[in-house]
Design a binder for this molecule. Structure first.
Ligand code: ADP
Ligand code: MG
Length: 291
């Protein structure tokens, strides 16, 4: 019997997250693959008293819809076939790391790492704020390195705003980025198994962030060959079986803004009518069972 497990976050109450696993399970069942869905709270793997890694699960593969990375790495070391792999999820989880790993491969907005401070009482120097403005101009974007759904993404229009954001984020990993393209607009591209399977243009009238969760509205689109090639390249450089890539654009120019290893596909399925869950299940079945 073909059998896989889908692991979801231990705490998440997001309806999207649960729906994602249910949709995937549905499609797997149609393809003759049984699936258990479990929250990540049963300590699927651990370092035992004898110093060896132990896994509590026995499946042909695991679709890891969480970013909680320690269990992910232990499962991988115990021989579990993972979608996505540890390295791929880690590379996407940290936005600055993503930009570093993709450098030289795809166009991206100019990006600089924030300087990490270990003492909340310290203040960010005027020269740091000035240096960021002189490199990137205003307005500019500041992001926490770990964050999703638009949380932790800020726009600084003035020097004062930037100084405040710097102070707020100084003890949290963050990055500074050139503000690129049309405000509130981007393209979300889903890549599975090295192919673009769906894309939508997202546009927000209420925020500079185009995330659907913050009021962005999606419409189906066909990405240009250049954008499609860059997205496939980004997925391959980061070793992703599945991802959702955010691409900013300005006329015919574009820049990869973010790569999501755990992109929700509910919104894009609705907007495009494409069965993304089926495409992902087909890819996994092919890779695991060769059929
Ligand atoms: N450099 C940028 N220039 C202009 N808009 C941006 C930039 N970076 C992010 N955005 C906007 O903010 C949104 C959220 O940023 P993103 O990096 O994708 O973080 P999240 O993980 O929260 O989705 C993007 O979809 C885009 O609309
Ligand atoms: Mg995003």
């Amino acid at each position: 019997m073909k059998k896989g497990i889908i692991i979801i976050n231990a705490y998440s109450k997001l309806e999207h997250a649960l729906n994602q696993s249910i949709r995937l399970k549905e499609e797997f069942l149609r393809l003759g693959v049984e699936i258990d869905i479990r929250r990540n709270d049963f300590f699927a793997a651990y370092v035992d008293d004898d110093g060896r890694l132990k896994s509590r699960i026995d499946y042909d593969f695991c679709v890891y819809l969480d970013k909680d990375k320690y269990i992910l790495l232990m499962l991988e070391k115990c021989g579990m076939t993972l979608f996505n792999s540890y390295a791929a999820i880690e590379a996407c989880d940290d936005k600055m790391l993503t930009h570093i790993l993709l450098s030289g491969h795809v166009p991206m907005p100019k990006t600089m790492p924030g300087l990490l401070c270990y003492d909340d009482r310290e203040r960010v120097s005027d020269s740091t704020v000035d240096a960021v403005i002189s490199e990137l101009g205003l307005p500019l974007i500041v992001k926490t390195c770990f964050g999703s759904l638009g949380k932790g993404v800020y726009k600084a229009e003035t020097r004062e705003q930037l100084a405040k954001i710097c102070d707020l984020l100084k003890c949290t990993p963050h990055l500074f980025q050139r503000c690129y393209g049309e405000p509130g607009k981007d393209i979300r591209v889903i890549v599975i198994g090295g192919k673009v399977v769906a894309a939508m243009e997202r546009c927000s009238r209420v925020d500079f962030r185009s995330n659907l969760e913050l009021g962005g509205v999606g419409k189906a689109t066909e990405p240009s060959d250049e954008i499609a090639r860059a997205c496939v390249k980004a997925a391959s450089v980061l070793g992703l079986d599945y991802c959702g890539i955010d691409v900013l654009f300005s006329g015919n120019e574009f820049a990869v803004c973010e790569v999501n290893s755990n992109a929700f596909f509910g919104g894009i399925e609705q907007v495009t009518g494409i069965n993304v869950a089926l495409q992902y299940a087909l890819h996994i079945r092919k890779k695991v069972y060769g059929e």
